[in-house]
Design a binder for this molecule. Structure first.
Ligand code: LLP
Length: 420
């Protein structure tokens, strides 16, 4: 993100974070809108340059909201949704249902009804049982992809690996179940088989698993004499949270993925498919920063220092859940040097940690603001009301203005559904 210090104050696209935090309160998610748009355009550029027929569907789960969906439509993105709620949000934003596809390893009958009634473009079938479910609800033809499991291991946190043989997602190409589902789709009355989908995992830093998956998939298609029109390669392109992380190289990575695809299609005698991808994190993660206000600072002599901020695992779950590492920096830089501290949240769990052994300003005091970088993906979307914490507000900042995108939850909203 265009996050930089101007006169020792952290700013986004030239807008100081102190003023923004005072206006909207903390904790606050601040997004660099220019960066979200430029990530969308980067994907478009690289796929266009490859000369492919393609579409890019943003994975809503990374962060969605009505304003976000409107921005995506402006950037000619399509949309991947995994629940009725994500679909509802997209439709409320006026997004064209034909440009949305529906995922999920356990779509309910109600979700399938809702998706079909909305005129959704594609459903991604995840299980054999779903063929019959969709067929029994649909009245007209519905285009589907089959989620296959290519059996490719990836190097990422266990919770976000998905393309390995032992997975709740998709159907294996190695044990016959994927082919059985293709046959069932073709025999169904309402499902129109368009192609396949796979998603290997998330936060992947190299193209090699994607190349391995293409090899496995094309050899399977050829062995099975199966034709596809659409090949959806999923998301998973990693971002840089801390210095040691390797960001997935979008330009060079996609050049080698699309090159491999062309070679394999030629080798096996297939026409080039319509290529779909579903990036989530890499569109939005690095565009987002969380701003917190410092409260209690506690020194435990001979042990460590704890700096408590005014949010925590209710808006920052990735550290407690995956031990994810973040960079924490002061909004207002001082000359006083750094000291080591654990930056923690205010929720009632010892695991409520933003980061351990971090360098923070030695003169940090109550009321100062801290920024946690790269929190744009899977933060707001995984936020909860644990401890009856209100969900933070979200703002987008471009060169011109700061605009509210999601308001802070109110106390009243916390008990909105309670029977009084
Ligand atoms: N497509 C499918 C079918 C997916 O399951 C996912 C992510 C994506 C696309 C987008 O992947 P991305 O480009 O964002 O890596 N809560 C976890 C991430 C879970 C991702 C689940 N699926 C985290 O905070 O790391």
């Amino acid at each position: 993100m265009t996050l930089e210090y101007i006169n020792n104050e952290l700013s986004v696209n030239g807008n100081g974070l102190t003023g923004i935090a005072r206006e909207y309160g903390t904790p606050l998610f601040v997004y660099d809108e220019n960066m979200i748009r430029s990530q969308c355009r980067k994907y478009h550029r690289v796929l266009e340059e490859a000369g492919l027929d393609y579409s890019i569907s943003y994975a809503s789960k990374a962060f969605t909201s009505v304003q976000m969906v409107k921005l995506l439509a402006e950037e000619k993105m399509k949309l991947d949704v995994v629940s009725q709620g994500e679909l509802y949000t997209a439709l409320k934003a006026g997004f064209n249902a034909r440009d949305i596809h529906f995922h999920g390893n356990n779509k309910t009958a109600q979700e399938v009804e809702y998706a079909l009634a909305s005129g959704i473009g594609l459903i991604v079938v995840d299980a054999l049982d779903e063929v019959a479910l969709i067929d029994s609800i649909a009245t007209g033809k519905i285009d589907v992809l089959l989620r296959i499991n290519p059996g490719v291991d990836v190097d990422t946190h266990e919770f976000i690996q998905t393309g390995q043989e032992d997975s709740k997602f998709g159907l294996s190409i190695h044990n016959g179940s994927a082919l059985e589902a293709v046959d069932a789709i073709k025999e169904s009355r309402h499902l129109n088989f368009r192609g396949i989908h796979y998603h290997l995992g998330s936060q992947l830093s190299t193209e090699s698993p994607f190349l391995n998956a293409l090899e496995a998939v094309y050899s399977w298609l050829s062995d099975s004499s199966l034709d596809i029109e659409v090949l959806n390669m999923g998301g998973g392109y990693g971002v840089k949270y801390v210095e040691d992380d390797r960001r997935f190289p979008i330009e060079s990575g996609f050049r080698s993925i699309t090159g491999k695809l062309k070679r394999l299609a030629e080798k096996y005698g297939y026409p080039l498919p319509h290529v779909m991808i579903e990036p989530g994190r890499s569109i939005i993660a690095e565009a987002g920063t969380t701003v917190y206000e410092v409260g209690v600072i506690k020194e435990i002599p001979g042990i460590t220092k704890y700096v408590s901020i005014d949010g925590g695992m209710s808006d920052h779950l990735r550290t407690p859940l995956y031990d994810a590492q973040y960079e924490v920096i002061p909004v207002n830089r001082t000359e006083g040097g750094d000291t080591e501290a654990n930056v923690v949240g205010k929720l009632c769990e010892s695991g409520d940690i933003i980061g351990k052994h971090l360098a923070v300003p030695a003169d940090l005091k109550r009321g100062d603001l801290l920024a946690v970088k790269t929190t744009g993906a899977y933060h707001y979307s995984m936020a909860s009301n644990y401890n009856q914490m209100a969900k933070p507000a979200v703002v987008f900042v471009d060169d011109q203005e700061t605009r509210p995108v999601i308001r802070r939850q109110t106390l009243g909203q916390l008990i909105e559904n309670d029977v009084l």
